[in-house]
Design a protein around this ligand. Structure first.
Ligand code: ADP
Ligand code: MG
Length: 328
């Protein structure tokens, strides 16, 4: 029996994205090196503003103005470097090789065209030969997510609720059979129960097709339930990564520990869930040479005030950016 080719991964090197604003330059993604492992679900977690969405858009070379990718490479297996490919190859990669739901996807459906027509448009723009089969596939996905597919396909966006639009967004990300799928906060408009069942379906489709999924969320509970690996972002940089069970059982970065403590379901005691104190880094923090987490860190040391900790290997499959951890 022929062995299946290894699932496509993504190799990110030295990636930098800056937003130029009236207040100054925001380093939203600041020199990130990351390997997204093929055939797994990678959760990317961090507070609002930590750069998760910008990283996701940069992986597609699709950062909107006033953001700009200033450095780095994103090599997608089977596609190439998104930063240097010609525009047409980039366009074909988006959707076909890499399916995605960006965070604003709720609003990015075309308001003037029925959902079914948009599926056909998507198919045509990627030269799909069998458009009937594509529609069947769309229907099947919508039904799996508990929707009345015929009704949805003949609807306009404004006729659907926020939760329905999010599920339609997930359908669009999956319908072209992309090997890599990026889902940015895909279930925030759903109640807890629907969120759990939609994510369960995403998991089963991932297993059936051996997909590589990047799941972005601010909810550590979602990561705990679904992700094989977890990447923790803070202030546009990576704070920690590893296998989900390792990171949850033995978080090394004080920020990761804070995120875990803030989840009642995981800390095991509703009364003991503690929100993370302090606020995310601002422009002032970025220009200093201190650890980005310095102001909020319960374990800071003298060294942390004058140096940025490097992101280093901290065990099998583990990396962390923390002087305290490295000193042990
Ligand atoms: N369009 C924009 N203009 C200016 N700054 C932006 C824009 N989009 C994001 N940012 C800034 O970039 C940083 C990262 O944002 P984002 O990637 O959306 O983070 P996350 O998805 O983790 O919430 C934040 O400081 C945010 O304010
Ligand atoms: Mg976001």
């Amino acid at each position: 029996m022929p062995t299946a080719p290894p699932a496509a991964g993504i190799t990110i090197r030295g990636l930098e994205v800056v937003y130029t604003t009236g207040q100054g330059q925001i380093p939203a993604v600041n020199g990130i090196n990351l390997d997204i492992v093929g055939g797994q679900i990678t959760g990317i977690i961090g507070e609002s503003g930590s750069g998760k969405s910008t990283l996701a858009m940069a992986m597609m070379n699709a950062v909107p103005h006033p953001g700009k990718i200033v450095k780095g490479s994103v090599i997608i297996d089977g596609v190439g470097n998104m930063m240097t490919l010609d525009k047409e190859s980039q366009r074909r990669a988006r959707g076909r090789h890499v399916g995605f739901v960006f965070q604003a996807a709720q609003n990015s459906l075309n308001p003037l065209t029925r959902i079914g027509h948009q599926v056909l448009d998507l198919g045509r723009s990627h030269n799909v030969k069998d458009l009937r089969a594509l529609l069947r596939r769309a229907k099947e996905l919508l039904e799996r997510m508990g929707m009345d597919a015929d009704r949805v396909l003949t609807s306009y966006q404004h006729e659907l609720s926020g939760g329905m639009r999010q599920r339609v967004g997930i359908m669009f990300a999956l319908v072209l059979d992309a090997q890599i799928v990026i889902l940015d906060e895909p279930t925030t408009a759903l109640d807890m129960l629907s969120q759990a069942s939609v994510l369960e379906i995403v998991r089963s489709i991932q297993e059936e097709r051996g997909l590589t999924i990047i799941l972005i969320t601010h909810d550590m509970g979602v990561v705990a339930d679904l992700a094989d690996r977890v990447i923790v972002m803070y202030g546009g940089e990576l704070a920690e990564e590893g296998k989900t069970e390792d990171v949850l059982a033995h978080p090394q970065h004080p920020y990761t520990r804070g995120l875990i403590r803030a989840i009642p379901r995981i800390s095991g005691n509703l009364d003991q869930a503690v929100a993370l104190a302090g606020s995310p880094p601002d422009l002032q923090t970025f220009v200093q040479n201190a650890c980005l987490f310095y102001d909020r860190c319960p374990e800071r040391m003298a060294q942390c005030q004058n140096h940025r900790p490097p992101y280093e290997i901290a065990g099998p499959g583990r990396k962390v950016a923390c002087f305290k951890v490295m000193a042990k």
